[in-house]
Each structure stands twice: as structure tokens, then as C-alpha cells.
Ligand binder design. Structure first.
Ligand SMILES: [Zn+2]
Length: 226
């Protein structure tokens, strides 16, 4: 039986692994997350749940006090959407179908960096739906203007705000995070806290040396893919 508690924990729910364009393996991400004092993470690789599935499997074997949410950053026809699910599901490519299908499978649906148009945020399509479970109001890899606008719109729409790192190198993990007020350190406990809006985003950006490191990683990747 899960331990019944009432506590505040740190969550970074937008991280990339080697299953898409991240540098760290799911296992390395778990180690970094613990080092950064996070209790909840989601590995949200592009169009795949695999990074988080592998992390969850590994976690079970080491039994650490960390919750890994099964996640995916899905590229829809309107832009990028974060899904948080109990288990992997199919991911329709039109935004409308994705929102419906994900909700019918009890997933949480959250627009990623919605106003960062360079990074394929959904922009004003955010207003087409009322049923977002939260908004990624702060993304440590997005520009300030985009984050400011996302915070404003989340407030206007009365939606819970998440802050995430969108880490592509492990050192980025936890540079922005959300404090969740949970009554149980479990996937259910995390979902409940987000749905009830028991979340407090902590706005942060990585220091310049990490930004440079991240930039070098994107060049290294581009060269590898040639
Ligand atoms: Zn991302």
C-alpha cells in the first residue's frame, strides 16, 4: 500500500533521453534527477513513450523514492503537446483527435511551450480547447517572451501551470521545476495534484555555461545525423 503523506515535492516533467534527441540515457536521467532533489520526473521524448517506459522499468529494479510518469511530446498538426499517461497509448496526429483520445485513456494533456513558435508551440490554438489539464507555463529552454505569454494565458484560462526544463543534456534537469502538493508519492498522487491545481511553478533558466553546452550538443547531434 502506498504511504499516505501530505507533502511538497519537486517535479520536472519535460526531459529528453537518447530515445529522441537527448544526450542522457533514461538511467542517467534518473541519477541526475535524484542528485537534483526531484521526486517526480517524466521523460517526454519526441513521439515516443519509450524513454519513460525504460526509466520506469529500471526504477522498479532499484526501488528508489522517485516517480516516473509515462510521457511523450507529441508533434500534432498544430504543434507540440505533452502527454502524461498511466501506460503508452496511440497518438493521433491531429490535435483534436489527440486531446479526445488521450483523455479517454485517462492521460493528462498539456501544451508544451505554447508560445514558443520556433519550438513548435501550438500558439493561439490553445484557445480552441477548454479541457487542458495544465499548461507548460514555463520552459527553461524557451525564450522569455514566450514564457511570459504562456503564464499570462494560463492565468487567463484559469489552468494549472507547470514549469519544466525541457532538458536535452542531463545538467539541465531541474533548472525549472514545479512543486506539487501530493498526498501520495505515486502516479495517482501526481495526477491528482495537477488536476486539482495543487502546483507551484518555479521559474528558472540554466546558467550560461549550460546554455553553451546545450548548443554544442545540438551541433554534435546534427553532425552525427549527417
Ligand atoms: Zn521537448
Amino acid at each position: 500500500m502506498p504511504q499516505v503523506i501530505d507533502m511538497h515535492v519537486k517535479a520536472d516533467m519535460h526531459i529528453h533521453s537518447t530515445y529522441s534527441d537527448g544526450r542522457a540515457s533514461p538511467r542517467e536521467i534518473l541519477i541526475y534527477a535524484q542528485y537534483k532533489g526531484l521526486a517526480v520526473i517524466s521523460i517526454t521524448d519526441h513521439d515516443t513513450f519509450l524513454g519513460s517506459v525504460v526509466a520506469q522499468r529500471y526504477l522498479r529494479s532499484i526501488q528508489e523514492d522517485l516517480v516516473v510518469i509515462i510521457g511523450n511530446e507529441v508533434r500534432t498538426d498544430e504543434g507540440d503537446i505533452l502527454l502524461y499517461c498511466y501506460e503508452p497509448i496511440d497518438t493521433p496526429r491531429t490535435l483534436e483527435d489527440l486531446v479526445d483520445y488521450a483523455h479517454s485513456n485517462n492521460c493528462l494533456v498539456v501544451p508544451a511551450h505554447p508560445f514558443d513558435l520556433f519550438r513548435l508551440g501550438i500558439g493561439t490554438a490553445i484557445y480552441e480547447f477548454k479541457e487542458w489539464d495544465a499548461i507548460e507555463a514555463w520552459n527553461a529552454s524557451a525564450n522569455k517572451g514566450a514564457n511570459r505569454k504562456a503564464v499570462e494565458v494560463a492565468k487567463e484560462m484559469g489552468l494549472p501551470m507547470l514549469a519544466n526544463s525541457d532538458a536535452h543534456i542531463p545538467e539541465y534537469i531541474g533548472t525549472a521545476y514545479t512543486v506539487l502538493e501530493i498526498d501520495e508519492l505515486s502516479v495517482d498522487g501526481v495526477f491528482k495534484a495537477i488536476k486539482r491545481g495543487l502546483v507551484k511553478p518555479h521559474y528558472g533558466y540554466p546558467p550560461f555555461n549550460l546554455v553553451a553546452k546545450r548548443f554544442l550538443w545540438s551541433i554534435e547531434r546534427a553532425l552525427r545525423n549527417h
